[in-house]
Design a protein around this ligand. Structure first.
Ligand code: RNT
Ligand code: ZN
Length: 411
């Protein structure tokens, strides 16, 4: 039997080059898989049209528990890792109950910086939290017709831009700030333009004066949410035009489109116009259900678009899923490993040769090549990668033991 190196070499693919490139691509891992997107700032439940389902034991209920779970989960994840934080994970300390989201400062996130440094992470990305808060009025935040509501959320956004600049500086790498708002209506609206004009104004106010060196602002569109089925203020067309006009970044969440629309196809469309594209990689089953990311076809297609367009530095990869029906740490690790697998899979394709065949119009040979590479010994290269990262494929027994000793005690 030929070893995996020569099997790939026969197709002109260098497995060594693929392994070292994979280890250098950062993936931003969301903190919110650990606690069902609840956060620490008091809301206690999720709202805004997103939902976590399931009631598996051991949800992290505070900073100490979440840190412990992140430590465990991240220790099982290969590759370069960033931490993606929501503002609702502020460590308020003595400010708890005194400072609201329009008063958060970098101070409330310093413990996260210390933790990320301890784990030797590549950096922290940040998200203002425009949901799960009593100041969402009639389901609206930045697009609210009530000026006091709108300005509260604008101030939250501005604070987050300032916090992000400090986060960027702390790691010497720019911080992606992703703006997603839940604003929309359950039923047929009487005014579709007004809310969008208010959102546009609010975004302009948030972005008035941000630190262009350390902050990368992004806007995340969506088609609908639970209880917000008829109209979404921050739609795809709205944000793509906004981002293009203002020179900021679009964030594509692959749960946020019609099921027959593919983010893999949107990536090169945006790369034609933008320096950067941000992603929330997730897995929607029938709706934006945020299932754990698995190593499946659309994920592979997304990874191919990143790798073969030489866009590993232009596409900012972030994860966004939350499953509470299985062990949360297993969910976290499985999603992150799936992303890594997909990137490796794409790095191991004879991409140049396939492009050449396409451009030559030899679609017969292209189909032949595309099918033959599917049965190359991918598993052996993946195992080699894990070994070099000091890991194995056995995630479950480690997590089971953590479950027995740590999670079961959380009652
Ligand atoms: C919601 C968006 C958003 C959130 C996170 C928690 O549909 O995908 O990105 O999932 O910000
Ligand atoms: Zn998302």
């Amino acid at each position: 039997m030929t070893d995996h190196r020569s099997a790939y070499a026969a197709f002109g693919v260098d497995t060594e080059a693929a392994l070292s490139r994979l280890a250098s691509i950062p993936v931003s891992i969301h903190c919110w898989q650990g606690d069902d997107v609840i956060g620490f700032d008091g809301a206690g439940s999720l709202s805004g049209g997103i939902q976590t389902t399931g009631n598996y034991m051991g949800r992290a209920r505070n900073f100490e528990e979440l840190k412990s779970d992140i430590r465990e989960a991240f220790s099982l994840m290969p590759g370069k890792k960033r931490l993606n934080l929501h503002a609702s994970y502020a460590i308020l300390g003595e400010d708890a109950g005194r400072v609201d989201r329009d008063g958060y400062t970098f101070k409330h996130f310093i413990p996260w910086v210390e933790f990320a440094k301890e784990l030797d992470l590549d950096g922290i990305d940040f998200n203002p939290t425009f949901f799960a808060h009593p100041n969402m009025k009639d389901g609206l935040t930045l697009s609210s017709p009530q000026e006091s509501v709108r300005s509260f959320w604008v101030e939250h956004g501005r604070r987050c831009m300032e916090i992000a600049a400090e986060l960027g500086k702390a790691f010497g790498k720019p911080c992606l700030v992703n703006i997603w708002i839940p604003d929309g209506f359950k039923d047929v609206p009487a005014d579709r333009l007004g809310p969008r004009l208010r959102l546009k104004r609010s975004l302009d106010e948030i972005l008035e004066n941000y630190d262009r060196e350390w902050v990368i602002p992004a806007v995340e569109s969506k088609v609908f949410g639970i209880g917000v089925e008829s109209y979404t203020v921050g739609s795809n067309e709205f944000y793509q035009n906004y981002a293009a006009k203002r020179g900021i970044c679009c964030l594509l969440d692959n749960g946020h489109y019609h099921p027959l629309e593919y983010v893999s196809d949107k990536i090169p469309a945006l790369l034609s116009f933008y320096d950067r594209v941000a992603l929330h990689v997730t897995r929607g089953v029938r709706w934006d259900s945020d299932h754990v990311v698995l190593f499946e076809d659309e994920l592979k297609e997304i990874a191919k678009e990143i790798v073969r367009n030489d866009a590993t530095e232009k596409v900012l990869i972030g994860l966004d899923y939350f499953d509470a029906s299985i062990n949360r740490i297993f969910a976290w690790v499985t999603g992150q490993r799936s992303m890594q697998k997909a990137l490796l899979y794409a790095l191991l394709l004879p991409n140049e040769e396939m492009k050449r065949l396409q451009d030559a119009g030899d679609f017969t040979a292209l189909m032949d090549l595309q099918e033959r590479v599917k049965t190359l010994p991918f598993g052996a290269v993946w195992e080699e990668y894990l070994t070099r990262q000091g890991l194995t494929d056995d995630v479950l027994s480690r997590i089971r033991s953590y479950e027995r000793t740590v999670l079961k005690e959380r009652v």
